[in-house]
Design a binder for this molecule. Sequence first.
Ligand SMILES: *Cc1c(COP(=O)(O)O)cnc(C)c1O
Length: 346
Amino acid sequence: MSFNLENTVRPNIWKLKPYSCARDEFKGRPARVFLDANESPYNGPYNRYPDPLQEEVKARLAKVKSVPAENIFLGNGSDEAIDLVYRIFCNPQKDNVVAIEPTYGMYGVCADINDVEYRTVLLDDKYQVNADKVLAATDANTKVIWLCTPNNPTGNLLDRNEIEKILNNFGGIVVVDEAYSDFASERPFRLDIERWPNIIVLNTFSKAWGCASIRLGMAFASTEIIGLMNKVKYPYNINMLTQQKALEMLNELDRVNQWVASVRAERSKIANAFGELPICEKVYPTDANFFLARVKDANAIYNYLIDNGVVVRNRNRVTLCGNCLRITVGTPGENMELIAAMRRYK
Ligand SMILES: *Cc1c(COP(=O)(O)O)cnc(C)c1O
């Protein structure tokens, strides 16, 4: 199926002339005195508007992520990128999107906020996706397909062949959310964005990078799609403190890699120990920094753990996740506390 960007974008967005901010206009020329943006001359460096396109951060990220800077969008968390996808591609009350189920809740919430129909396709009993089923759920008004790999809350990687089949056969946008790919062993789609004009890959500083508080998400896509996202976003969507902290983190790659290695090592230990508990019926395979476990009585165990000061995520009411708890991998000490509490459970 051929992909035509103009036919996929909302007409008002395609035509949109973006806000031009003061900092954009003099770009490239040397300047010393800034009297252009009605900023205060006092209280530096906080008095100045931040770089609207975050060029320093993107230059560093390009090296770390092996994606050219012009193929990177930065948002206020992945949440901003998710919302922008709706606002750029989906006409409210007319278009629809297709997502797997169960998956990350924000895709559905953002669909509701933007008044866009949200269609779901059930994963199989191994939480795997079937490309034909996903494609069969689309119609002429389907603008976006949402895929998440490793998937949240199930933890497993989706089958690469199925994802490629969707990318090759769908005439709209395919979002591949790789928020957890740092913890996985397969090649991420991020490295292959040039193969598909319709792919948007999402990454985040919130998981492996240990920076959920700074709110920084990434999207990787064609320069044309990145251009649309930059045109629609708020002009100064990433504040200066976040840009500074991101640069700091990007210079501490070794530390981040150590954290990831530690989480991966702990993941198999804690998943094994949890699987041996008498109340545990199944621990699902995971490539993320959490695992999903089916237990005898998820509500009772969830409440018991809270009484013992340990919070996990109760996914009992999520489709296909009855009696399932989603457990994030913590430090060795935190993981020991969870297992110790569970061993006292009667
Ligand atoms: C945690 C998570 C994110 C991260 O969202 P941010 O807004 O960047 O914090 C994105 N996608 C999925 C599937 C997640 O689980």
